[in-house]
Design a protein around this ligand. Structure first.
Ligand SMILES: [Zn+2]
Length: 438
Protein backbone atom coordinates (compact mmCIF):
# COMPACT_ATOMS: atom_id res chain seq x y z
CA UNK A 1 0.00 0.00 0.00
CA UNK A 2 1.35 3.40 -0.90
CA UNK A 3 2.51 5.62 1.92
CA UNK A 4 1.18 8.87 0.53
CA UNK A 5 -2.42 10.06 0.71
CA UNK A 6 -4.71 9.39 -2.23
CA UNK A 7 -7.81 11.07 -3.55
CA UNK A 8 -10.02 10.58 -6.62
CA UNK A 9 -8.87 11.76 -10.03
CA UNK A 10 -12.37 13.03 -10.91
CA UNK A 11 -15.96 13.00 -9.65
CA UNK A 12 -18.23 10.06 -10.35
CA UNK A 13 -21.93 9.44 -9.63
CA UNK A 14 -24.25 6.54 -9.09
CA UNK A 15 -28.05 6.49 -8.72
CA UNK A 16 -30.11 3.78 -7.08
CA UNK A 17 -32.65 2.85 -4.44
CA UNK A 18 -31.77 3.33 -0.78
CA UNK A 19 -32.48 0.51 1.65
CA UNK A 20 -34.43 2.12 4.46
CA UNK A 21 -36.40 4.86 2.68
CA UNK A 22 -36.85 3.02 -0.61
CA UNK A 23 -36.23 6.30 -2.45
CA UNK A 24 -33.98 6.96 -5.41
CA UNK A 25 -30.73 8.61 -4.37
CA UNK A 26 -27.72 9.84 -6.26
CA UNK A 27 -24.29 9.62 -4.65
CA UNK A 28 -21.31 11.49 -6.10
CA UNK A 29 -17.75 10.93 -4.97
CA UNK A 30 -15.59 14.05 -5.38
CA UNK A 31 -11.82 14.56 -5.04
CA UNK A 32 -10.73 16.34 -1.82
CA UNK A 33 -7.51 18.01 -0.63
CA UNK A 34 -4.79 16.50 1.59
CA UNK A 35 -5.88 16.02 5.20
CA UNK A 36 -9.60 16.32 4.33
CA UNK A 37 -10.51 12.72 5.16
CA UNK A 38 -14.00 11.48 4.31
CA UNK A 39 -17.00 13.79 4.67
CA UNK A 40 -20.64 13.50 3.64
CA UNK A 41 -22.44 16.43 2.02
CA UNK A 42 -26.24 16.63 1.92
CA UNK A 43 -26.74 18.39 -1.41
CA UNK A 44 -30.53 18.23 -0.99
CA UNK A 45 -30.65 20.34 2.21
CA UNK A 46 -30.50 24.16 2.45
CA UNK A 47 -26.86 25.35 2.75
CA UNK A 48 -25.67 21.86 1.78
CA UNK A 49 -24.34 20.85 5.22
CA UNK A 50 -21.29 18.62 5.55
CA UNK A 51 -20.70 16.00 8.24
CA UNK A 52 -17.38 14.33 9.06
CA UNK A 53 -17.23 10.57 8.78
CA UNK A 54 -16.14 10.27 12.40
CA UNK A 55 -17.24 7.95 15.18
CA UNK A 56 -18.07 10.91 17.44
CA UNK A 57 -21.09 11.44 15.15
CA UNK A 58 -22.39 7.86 15.35
CA UNK A 59 -26.06 8.01 16.24
CA UNK A 60 -27.59 4.59 15.74
CA UNK A 61 -26.09 1.24 14.88
CA UNK A 62 -29.11 -1.00 14.40
CA UNK A 63 -28.70 -2.88 11.12
CA UNK A 64 -26.63 0.01 9.70
CA UNK A 65 -24.31 2.78 10.88
CA UNK A 66 -25.89 6.25 10.99
CA UNK A 67 -24.16 9.57 11.57
CA UNK A 68 -25.83 12.67 12.93
CA UNK A 69 -24.67 16.18 13.74
CA UNK A 70 -27.28 18.79 14.57
CA UNK A 71 -30.05 18.36 12.04
CA UNK A 72 -27.82 16.59 9.51
CA UNK A 73 -28.23 12.87 9.26
CA UNK A 74 -26.74 10.28 6.95
CA UNK A 75 -27.47 6.60 7.31
CA UNK A 76 -26.06 3.29 6.12
CA UNK A 77 -22.63 4.86 5.57
CA UNK A 78 -20.56 1.72 6.12
CA UNK A 79 -20.39 0.25 2.61
CA UNK A 80 -19.27 3.40 0.81
CA UNK A 81 -16.72 4.17 3.57
CA UNK A 82 -15.51 0.59 3.42
CA UNK A 83 -14.95 0.92 -0.34
CA UNK A 84 -13.02 4.19 0.09
CA UNK A 85 -10.83 2.81 2.89
CA UNK A 86 -10.37 -0.54 1.16
CA UNK A 87 -9.46 0.99 -2.20
CA UNK A 88 -6.88 3.29 -0.59
CA UNK A 89 -8.74 6.59 -1.05
CA UNK A 90 -7.88 8.83 1.92
CA UNK A 91 -9.63 12.04 0.95
CA UNK A 92 -13.08 12.29 -0.62
CA UNK A 93 -16.24 14.35 -0.40
CA UNK A 94 -19.30 12.10 -0.58
CA UNK A 95 -22.24 14.09 -1.85
CA UNK A 96 -25.78 12.69 -1.62
CA UNK A 97 -29.20 14.09 -2.53
CA UNK A 98 -30.84 12.12 0.28
CA UNK A 99 -29.92 10.72 3.68
CA UNK A 100 -28.77 7.31 2.52
CA UNK A 101 -26.57 5.96 -0.29
CA UNK A 102 -28.10 3.54 -2.80
CA UNK A 103 -27.97 -0.02 -1.47
CA UNK A 104 -26.97 -1.51 -4.83
CA UNK A 105 -26.56 -5.27 -4.54
CA UNK A 106 -25.92 -5.07 -0.77
CA UNK A 107 -22.14 -5.19 -1.22
CA UNK A 108 -19.45 -2.53 -1.70
CA UNK A 109 -18.97 -3.53 -5.32
CA UNK A 110 -20.96 -0.61 -6.85
CA UNK A 111 -18.82 1.88 -4.86
CA UNK A 112 -15.61 0.12 -5.84
CA UNK A 113 -16.67 0.42 -9.50
CA UNK A 114 -17.42 4.10 -8.91
CA UNK A 115 -13.95 4.63 -7.43
CA UNK A 116 -12.33 2.79 -10.34
CA UNK A 117 -14.35 4.95 -12.75
CA UNK A 118 -13.27 8.17 -10.98
CA UNK A 119 -9.62 7.01 -10.77
CA UNK A 120 -7.30 7.19 -7.77
CA UNK A 121 -4.40 9.67 -7.65
CA UNK A 122 -1.53 10.10 -5.20
CA UNK A 123 -1.25 13.35 -3.28
CA UNK A 124 1.80 15.17 -2.05
CA UNK A 125 1.57 14.30 1.65
CA UNK A 126 2.37 11.26 3.79
CA UNK A 127 -0.40 9.10 5.13
CA UNK A 128 -1.12 9.16 8.86
CA UNK A 129 -1.23 5.67 10.33
CA UNK A 130 -2.19 4.67 13.81
CA UNK A 131 -0.08 1.70 14.79
CA UNK A 132 -1.56 -0.30 17.63
CA UNK A 133 1.26 -0.79 20.15
CA UNK A 134 -0.54 -2.87 22.72
CA UNK A 135 -3.64 -5.05 22.56
CA UNK A 136 -7.04 -3.36 22.65
CA UNK A 137 -9.99 -5.52 23.59
CA UNK A 138 -13.73 -5.04 23.59
CA UNK A 139 -16.47 -7.47 24.52
CA UNK A 140 -20.24 -7.06 24.51
CA UNK A 141 -22.93 -8.77 26.53
CA UNK A 142 -24.39 -10.50 23.51
CA UNK A 143 -21.20 -12.26 22.58
CA UNK A 144 -19.23 -9.97 20.27
CA UNK A 145 -15.48 -9.97 20.85
CA UNK A 146 -13.13 -7.53 19.15
CA UNK A 147 -9.39 -7.46 19.78
CA UNK A 148 -6.65 -5.56 17.99
CA UNK A 149 -3.07 -6.71 18.41
CA UNK A 150 0.05 -5.02 17.02
CA UNK A 151 0.91 -5.84 13.41
CA UNK A 152 2.84 -3.91 10.77
CA UNK A 153 -0.05 -4.41 8.34
CA UNK A 154 -3.83 -3.93 8.54
CA UNK A 155 -5.35 -7.37 8.88
CA UNK A 156 -8.76 -8.69 9.87
CA UNK A 157 -9.61 -12.20 11.01
CA UNK A 158 -13.33 -12.70 11.46
CA UNK A 159 -15.43 -15.52 12.84
CA UNK A 160 -19.16 -15.21 12.32
CA UNK A 161 -21.89 -17.45 13.67
CA UNK A 162 -25.61 -16.93 13.19
CA UNK A 163 -28.39 -17.54 15.75
CA UNK A 164 -28.44 -21.15 17.03
CA UNK A 165 -24.94 -21.70 15.67
CA UNK A 166 -26.05 -21.51 12.03
CA UNK A 167 -23.53 -20.90 9.23
CA UNK A 168 -20.32 -20.69 11.23
CA UNK A 169 -17.73 -19.04 8.97
CA UNK A 170 -14.16 -17.81 9.29
CA UNK A 171 -12.11 -15.60 7.01
CA UNK A 172 -8.77 -13.92 7.56
CA UNK A 173 -6.98 -11.47 5.31
CA UNK A 174 -4.71 -8.50 5.03
CA UNK A 175 -6.55 -5.47 3.64
CA UNK A 176 -4.88 -3.94 0.57
CA UNK A 177 -6.70 -2.34 -2.38
CA UNK A 178 -5.96 -5.39 -4.51
CA UNK A 179 -7.21 -7.92 -1.94
CA UNK A 180 -10.16 -5.74 -0.99
CA UNK A 181 -11.36 -5.45 -4.56
CA UNK A 182 -11.02 -9.16 -5.26
CA UNK A 183 -11.92 -10.85 -1.98
CA UNK A 184 -14.09 -8.50 0.10
CA UNK A 185 -15.96 -5.87 -1.93
CA UNK A 186 -18.47 -8.23 -3.56
CA UNK A 187 -19.63 -9.94 -0.34
CA UNK A 188 -23.30 -9.08 0.12
CA UNK A 189 -25.36 -8.07 3.13
CA UNK A 190 -27.10 -11.03 4.74
CA UNK A 191 -30.08 -11.04 7.04
CA UNK A 192 -31.96 -13.64 9.06
CA UNK A 193 -35.58 -14.04 8.00
CA UNK A 194 -36.84 -13.92 11.60
CA UNK A 195 -35.08 -10.54 12.06
CA UNK A 196 -36.37 -8.86 8.90
CA UNK A 197 -39.92 -10.18 8.88
CA UNK A 198 -41.18 -7.70 11.51
CA UNK A 199 -39.22 -4.88 9.83
CA UNK A 200 -40.76 -5.62 6.45
CA UNK A 201 -44.17 -5.66 8.09
CA UNK A 202 -43.50 -2.27 9.72
CA UNK A 203 -42.24 -0.85 6.40
CA UNK A 204 -38.80 -0.09 7.88
CA UNK A 205 -36.78 -1.48 5.00
CA UNK A 206 -38.73 -0.24 2.01
CA UNK A 207 -35.89 -0.83 -0.43
CA UNK A 208 -35.09 -4.33 0.83
CA UNK A 209 -35.35 -7.23 -1.58
CA UNK A 210 -33.59 -10.43 -2.58
CA UNK A 211 -31.64 -8.29 -5.05
CA UNK A 212 -29.75 -6.47 -2.33
CA UNK A 213 -29.45 -9.00 0.47
CA UNK A 214 -29.01 -12.67 1.08
CA UNK A 215 -31.79 -13.93 3.33
CA UNK A 216 -31.17 -16.84 5.67
CA UNK A 217 -34.34 -18.73 6.50
CA UNK A 218 -33.86 -21.72 8.77
CA UNK A 219 -30.92 -23.60 7.37
CA UNK A 220 -31.37 -22.42 3.79
CA UNK A 221 -30.13 -19.37 1.95
CA UNK A 222 -32.40 -17.34 -0.32
CA UNK A 223 -30.96 -14.87 -2.80
CA UNK A 224 -31.33 -13.83 -6.40
CA UNK A 225 -27.94 -15.13 -7.39
CA UNK A 226 -25.91 -17.95 -5.86
CA UNK A 227 -23.48 -17.44 -2.99
CA UNK A 228 -20.46 -15.45 -4.23
CA UNK A 229 -17.88 -16.90 -1.84
CA UNK A 230 -17.99 -19.86 0.52
CA UNK A 231 -17.46 -17.51 3.44
CA UNK A 232 -19.57 -14.67 2.02
CA UNK A 233 -21.06 -13.82 5.43
CA UNK A 234 -17.69 -13.61 7.21
CA UNK A 235 -16.32 -11.58 4.30
CA UNK A 236 -19.27 -9.15 4.48
CA UNK A 237 -18.62 -8.78 8.21
CA UNK A 238 -15.03 -7.81 7.31
CA UNK A 239 -16.40 -5.34 4.73
CA UNK A 240 -18.58 -3.76 7.45
CA UNK A 241 -15.66 -3.71 9.91
CA UNK A 242 -13.49 -1.81 7.43
CA UNK A 243 -16.30 0.72 6.90
CA UNK A 244 -17.03 1.15 10.60
CA UNK A 245 -13.35 1.39 11.56
CA UNK A 246 -12.97 4.07 8.87
CA UNK A 247 -14.90 6.21 11.37
CA UNK A 248 -11.72 6.28 13.47
CA UNK A 249 -10.48 8.61 10.71
CA UNK A 250 -6.97 7.19 10.42
CA UNK A 251 -5.50 4.17 8.77
CA UNK A 252 -4.70 1.33 11.11
CA UNK A 253 -1.70 -0.88 11.49
CA UNK A 254 -2.88 -3.76 13.57
CA UNK A 255 -4.55 -7.13 13.39
CA UNK A 256 -8.27 -7.01 14.19
CA UNK A 257 -9.55 -10.33 15.52
CA UNK A 258 -13.32 -10.26 15.52
CA UNK A 259 -15.87 -12.79 16.71
CA UNK A 260 -19.46 -11.98 15.75
CA UNK A 261 -18.77 -8.30 15.00
CA UNK A 262 -21.60 -5.84 14.35
CA UNK A 263 -22.06 -2.11 13.82
CA UNK A 264 -22.46 -1.52 17.58
CA UNK A 265 -19.18 -3.13 18.72
CA UNK A 266 -17.37 -1.99 15.54
CA UNK A 267 -18.13 1.68 16.13
CA UNK A 268 -17.36 1.25 19.85
CA UNK A 269 -13.94 0.00 18.80
CA UNK A 270 -13.50 3.06 16.55
CA UNK A 271 -14.33 5.23 19.60
CA UNK A 272 -11.87 3.32 21.77
CA UNK A 273 -9.15 3.80 19.14
CA UNK A 274 -9.93 7.54 19.07
CA UNK A 275 -9.62 7.68 22.85
CA UNK A 276 -6.26 5.86 22.81
CA UNK A 277 -4.99 8.04 19.99
CA UNK A 278 -6.03 11.25 21.77
CA UNK A 279 -4.34 10.09 24.99
CA UNK A 280 -1.08 9.48 23.16
CA UNK A 281 -1.28 12.74 21.21
CA UNK A 282 -1.91 14.65 24.42
CA UNK A 283 1.52 13.48 25.60
CA UNK A 284 3.43 14.37 22.48
CA UNK A 285 4.22 18.05 22.03
CA UNK A 286 3.40 19.52 18.60
CA UNK A 287 7.09 19.54 17.72
CA UNK A 288 7.07 15.75 17.54
CA UNK A 289 6.46 15.75 13.81
CA UNK A 290 9.88 15.37 12.20
CA UNK A 291 10.71 18.57 10.39
CA UNK A 292 13.85 20.37 9.34
CA UNK A 293 17.00 19.66 11.30
CA UNK A 294 15.23 20.15 14.60
CA UNK A 295 13.96 16.69 15.14
CA UNK A 296 15.67 13.33 14.84
CA UNK A 297 13.80 10.20 13.88
CA UNK A 298 15.03 6.75 14.85
CA UNK A 299 17.40 6.54 11.84
CA UNK A 300 19.11 9.76 12.84
CA UNK A 301 19.18 8.73 16.49
CA UNK A 302 20.95 5.53 15.46
CA UNK A 303 23.49 7.50 13.45
CA UNK A 304 24.44 9.39 16.59
CA UNK A 305 24.22 6.59 19.14
CA UNK A 306 26.01 3.25 18.89
CA UNK A 307 23.37 1.60 21.12
CA UNK A 308 21.12 -1.04 19.61
CA UNK A 309 18.32 -3.38 20.70
CA UNK A 310 17.68 -4.05 23.52
CA UNK A 311 19.67 -1.13 24.83
CA UNK A 312 18.53 1.81 22.73
CA UNK A 313 16.43 3.88 25.13
CA UNK A 314 15.38 6.70 22.76
CA UNK A 315 12.83 6.34 19.95
CA UNK A 316 12.92 9.91 18.73
CA UNK A 317 14.22 13.35 19.55
CA UNK A 318 11.25 15.71 19.55
CA UNK A 319 13.05 18.98 19.99
CA UNK A 320 16.16 20.95 20.76
CA UNK A 321 15.86 24.16 22.71
CA UNK A 322 18.73 26.56 22.21
CA UNK A 323 22.23 25.07 22.35
CA UNK A 324 21.88 23.03 25.52
CA UNK A 325 18.47 21.47 25.85
CA UNK A 326 17.09 18.42 24.18
CA UNK A 327 13.97 16.29 24.62
CA UNK A 328 13.70 12.64 23.63
CA UNK A 329 10.79 10.23 23.69
CA UNK A 330 10.70 6.55 24.53
CA UNK A 331 7.49 4.54 24.18
CA UNK A 332 7.55 1.92 26.89
CA UNK A 333 5.61 -1.16 25.80
CA UNK A 334 5.04 -4.55 27.35
CA UNK A 335 7.26 -5.93 24.59
CA UNK A 336 10.41 -4.45 26.20
CA UNK A 337 12.65 -7.42 26.95
CA UNK A 338 13.32 -6.38 30.54
CA UNK A 339 9.67 -6.74 31.56
CA UNK A 340 10.09 -10.51 31.35
CA UNK A 341 12.17 -10.44 34.48
CA UNK A 342 11.40 -7.06 36.07
CA UNK A 343 9.07 -8.39 37.39
CA UNK A 344 7.01 -11.36 36.21
CA UNK A 345 3.37 -10.42 36.80
CA UNK A 346 4.32 -6.92 37.90
CA UNK A 347 6.10 -5.09 35.05
CA UNK A 348 7.96 -1.93 36.12
CA UNK A 349 10.65 -0.18 34.06
CA UNK A 350 13.98 -0.42 35.90
CA UNK A 351 15.10 2.98 37.23
CA UNK A 352 18.65 2.41 35.98
CA UNK A 353 17.31 2.21 32.45
CA UNK A 354 15.68 5.61 32.89
CA UNK A 355 19.11 6.94 33.82
CA UNK A 356 20.47 5.22 30.73
CA UNK A 357 17.75 6.96 28.67
CA UNK A 358 18.82 10.33 30.14
CA UNK A 359 22.45 9.54 29.34
CA UNK A 360 21.62 8.66 25.75
CA UNK A 361 19.63 11.87 25.23
CA UNK A 362 22.45 13.82 26.91
CA UNK A 363 24.94 12.27 24.45
CA UNK A 364 22.74 13.38 21.57
CA UNK A 365 22.44 16.89 23.03
CA UNK A 366 26.21 17.09 23.41
CA UNK A 367 27.00 15.67 19.98
CA UNK A 368 24.39 17.95 18.41
CA UNK A 369 26.02 20.91 20.13
CA UNK A 370 29.46 19.86 18.88
CA UNK A 371 28.19 19.60 15.30
CA UNK A 372 30.16 18.25 12.32
CA UNK A 373 32.77 15.87 13.74
CA UNK A 374 30.46 14.54 16.43
CA UNK A 375 29.59 11.33 14.60
CA UNK A 376 32.93 9.76 15.25
CA UNK A 377 32.67 9.98 19.03
CA UNK A 378 31.05 8.00 21.81
CA UNK A 379 30.01 9.33 25.20
CA UNK A 380 30.94 7.26 28.27
CA UNK A 381 29.31 7.62 31.65
CA UNK A 382 31.76 8.88 34.29
CA UNK A 383 29.50 9.62 37.21
CA UNK A 384 25.92 10.11 38.20
CA UNK A 385 24.50 11.71 41.32
CA UNK A 386 21.42 13.33 42.85
CA UNK A 387 19.38 10.44 41.47
CA UNK A 388 15.72 10.31 42.43
CA UNK A 389 13.04 7.87 41.39
CA UNK A 390 9.63 9.35 42.04
CA UNK A 391 7.08 7.15 40.32
CA UNK A 392 7.00 3.74 38.66
CA UNK A 393 7.04 3.65 34.86
CA UNK A 394 4.65 1.07 33.43
CA UNK A 395 4.01 -0.53 30.04
CA UNK A 396 1.98 1.91 27.92
CA UNK A 397 3.73 4.97 29.35
CA UNK A 398 5.51 7.41 27.06
CA UNK A 399 8.71 8.56 28.67
CA UNK A 400 9.71 12.14 27.94
CA UNK A 401 13.40 12.58 28.57
CA UNK A 402 14.49 16.20 29.08
CA UNK A 403 18.18 16.91 29.28
CA UNK A 404 20.16 20.10 29.76
CA UNK A 405 23.88 20.17 29.10
CA UNK A 406 25.25 22.29 31.93
CA UNK A 407 28.95 22.12 31.09
CA UNK A 408 30.67 21.11 27.87
CA UNK A 409 34.35 20.92 27.09
CA UNK A 410 35.89 19.01 24.23
CA UNK A 411 36.13 15.68 26.06
CA UNK A 412 33.95 16.13 29.08
CA UNK A 413 30.35 17.16 29.66
CA UNK A 414 27.89 17.53 32.51
CA UNK A 415 24.14 17.33 32.15
CA UNK A 416 20.95 17.37 34.20
CA UNK A 417 18.31 14.89 33.17
CA UNK A 418 14.67 14.37 33.98
CA UNK A 419 12.15 11.76 32.82
CA UNK A 420 8.44 12.42 32.92
CA UNK A 421 5.24 10.60 32.06
CA UNK A 422 2.01 12.53 31.41
CA UNK A 423 3.67 15.72 32.64
CA UNK A 424 4.75 14.22 35.97
CA UNK A 425 8.42 13.77 36.81
CA UNK A 426 9.22 10.09 37.37
CA UNK A 427 13.00 10.29 37.75
CA UNK A 428 15.92 12.74 37.67
CA UNK A 429 19.72 12.72 37.85
CA UNK A 430 22.89 14.73 37.31
CA UNK A 431 25.38 13.08 34.97
CA UNK A 432 28.97 13.46 33.83
CA UNK A 433 30.41 12.03 30.59
CA UNK A 434 33.72 11.56 28.91
CA UNK A 435 33.87 11.55 25.12
CA UNK A 436 36.30 9.36 23.25
CA UNK A 437 37.04 9.04 19.57
CA UNK A 438 35.43 5.89 18.19
ZN1 LIG B 1 -23.02 -4.36 5.61
Amino acid sequence: MSDVQNTLASSASLTGTSLHTGEKTTITLHPAPVGHGWKFKRGDLPDEPVIDAHCSHVKTVERATCLCEGAVKVQTVEHVLSALYGMGVDNALIEMDGNEPPIGDGSAQPFVELIVKAGVVAQDAPRAYYAVTEPIHLETRNGSLLTIVPDDKFRISCTNVGPNGRFPQFYSTEITPCIYQKEIAAARTFVYYEDVKPLLEKGLIKGGSLENAVVVRGDSVMSKEPVRYNEEFARHKILDLVGDLALFGRRLKGHVIAVRPGHGPNTELAKLLTKRHDQVMAMVPPSSTPKGGDVLDIHNVMKLLPHRYPFLMVDRIVGFEGENKCTGVKAVTINEPYFQGHFPGHPVMPGVLQIEAMAQVASIAFLHQQGEDANARIGYFMSVDAVKFRKPVLPGDTLFIDVEVTKAKRNIAKAKGRCSVNGEVVSEANMMFGFLAE
